[in-house]
Design a protein around this ligand. Structure first.
Ligand code: GLN
Length: 507
């Protein structure tokens, strides 16, 4: 019997089209896998078995009638718990939204439903997407399928771990500073942050509106392209959505998979490697660059001097936007309401204070304080205003670099997955994980992370990042798919084939 959980989404779509399986069978196989391993992995906050199977049945009926709604009709998917899902809990990994059931779907979720993808459930995340390890989830951390004592990356560790442990062939994530790409790197999966404005943000609970992007989390580059093409494109309900057709991403991934890189100029960003990066991560990065060169690419070294300020810039702009976004959690409109102890007739303000005190975790409070401070009158010019100026300089560095190279490359994350608890009490150490991913969010450019191999020190996955100019998302797919193919030829298959099977892991 075929184990459908091992197939890619593209393979599942073909099997459905050829009548080799049904969506009910596929969906049930993934739900069974979740029942077997998610006690140990904890990728999901909420599994919707009943809903997913009902959607699968409807999909099978469409197929039987000869009218599938899309190429991926019937292929199940997991969704990060920061995206509003009508009738399904949406907590953003926070206590403050416990019990909230959105009355509407995010545009991307609505698109999934219309295209016929059964939604398996909502995946775990750092509270309000603040973090790089998923340990800031109010509902307990997710465990890395490669080593259950390690973090799966963050904030979207749940989506990455679900895909890496074969609980879902596809997932949606969100990337504000690296939350799709960094979990991809440390779990040996593929993740894409699209061009800002390329995928609708309507119904995405905002962390930082000017940085957030929804994107695919998958096991192959082609699967990311398929999902990106499905959810991408203009949405009149998102005022920052770009009203322009997407490039042909699937064709770009297929072109890349030929392994021919001739005519492609690859810029190695001087500031995004070296000091602070684990030697094994750097070694896999350098070998990957060599492989691309052997396949015909031309390498140029580029310098983006302002990138060294990206982290500081991000940690002013993000908390500023987040502090304002999180003001809406006022105990009146959504989820939790806490009445202060020992107060007879508490005022609205007292209820608000008690609710926010209980409802928000430490990292969220830290960023609200930071953001409120940075925006206070008298400090605006020194902090937020200054950060916006540096943001412009970072975009200019990208422009100059893209004049010399078609894509820019770097390791995705400076290290492999660290141990649970290792950086939890050290916010700065946690922030440093996004050193290489943050510049893309500040400039709005697209980026992909593909597995580059296992680091020598610990045998854990490392990621290779490819960045392209805004609206040229096809380039990250071409180069990503080429590297994936060249490395698979070396390894004799995908990197994930080397991960522990987790069979019998339930604890
Ligand atoms: N780790 C980064 C942060 O904590 C990025 C988060 C994200 O992309 N959502 O802000």
């Amino acid at each position: 019997m075929t184990d459908w959980t091992r197939s890619t989404a593209a393979e599942l779509a073909d099997a459905l089209a050829n009548g080799e399986t049904t969506s009910v069978e596929l969906t049930q196989a993934h739900l069974d896998r979740t029942a077997a391993v998610d006690g140990a992995v904890h990728a999901y906050l909420h599994v919707d078995a009943e809903g997913a199977l009902a959607q699968a049945e409807a999909s099978d009926a469409r197929r039987a009638a000869g009218s599938p709604a899309s190429r991926l009709d019937g292929v199940p998917i997991a969704v990060k718990d920061v995206l509003a899902t009508q009738g399904l809990p949406t907590t953003c990994g926070s206590r403050i939204l416990e019990g909230w059931i959105p009355p509407y779907d995010a545009t991307v979720v609505d698109t999934l439903r219309r295209a016929g993808l059964p939604i398996l459930g909502k995946t775990n995340m750092d509270e309000f997407a603040m973090g790089s390890s998923t340990e800031h989830s109010a509902y307990g951390p997710t465990h890395n399928p490669w080593d259950l004592d390690r973090i799966p990356g963050g904030s979207g560790g749940g989506s990455a771990a679900a895909v890496a442990s074969y609980q879902a062939p596809l997932a949606l994530g969100t990337d504000t500073g690296g939350s799709i790409r960094q979990p991809g790197a440390v779990t040996g999966t593929v993740g894409v942050k699209p061009t800002y404005g390329g995928v609708s943000r309507y119904g995405l609970v905002a962390l930082a509106n000017s940085l957030d992007q929804v994107g695919p989390v998958t096991r192959t580059v082609l699967d990311s392209a398929l999902l990106h093409e499905l959810v991408g494109g203009h949405d009149p309900r998102d005022s920052t959505s770009i009203d322009q057709p997407l490039p042909d991403l699937v064709a770009a991934a297929e072109l890349g998979a030929t392994g021919d890189m001739s005519g492609v100029r690859i810029g190695v960003v001087k500031e995004l490697s070296g000091e602070g990066y684990q030697p094994g991560v750097l070694a896999r990065f350098e070998e990957s660059v060599e492989l691309l060169v052997k396949a015909g690419a031309e390498v140029v070294e580029v310098s983006c001097p302002t990138f060294v300020h990206a982290l500081a810039t991000y940690y002013l702009i993000l908390p500023a936007e987040a502090s304002s976004n999180l003001a809406k959690f006022d105990a009146m409109r959504y989820g939790l309401r806490v009445y202060p102890d020992g107060v007879d007739a508490p005022s609205a303000e007292e209820v608000m204070r008690a609710t926010r005190d209980k409802g928000f975790g430490d990292e969220v409070k830290r960023r609200i304080i930071l953001g409120t401070y940075a925006l206070s009158s008298g400090y605006y010019d020194a902090y937020y205003g200054q950060a916006q100026k540096v943001r412009t300089l970072i975009s200019r560095d990208f422009e100059a670099a893209f004049a010399k190279a078609d894509v820019l490359v770097s390791p995705t994350a400076p290290t492999t997955a660290f141990k649970l608890g290792e950086k939890l009490d050290d916010p700065l150490a946690m922030y440093l994980n996004d050193l290489a991913t943050i510049p893309a969010n500040l400039a709005g450019v697209p980026g992909i992370s593909v597995p580059s191999g296992l680091a020598d020190e610990d045998g854990l996955p490392a990621g290779f990042q490819v960045l392209a100019p805004a609206l040229a998302d096809d380039r990250v797919y071409r180069v990503g798919a080429a590297l994936e193919k060249l490395l698979a030829d070396q390894w004799g298959g995908p990197l994930l084939a080397q991960a522990p099977t987790l069979d019998g892991v339930a604890r």
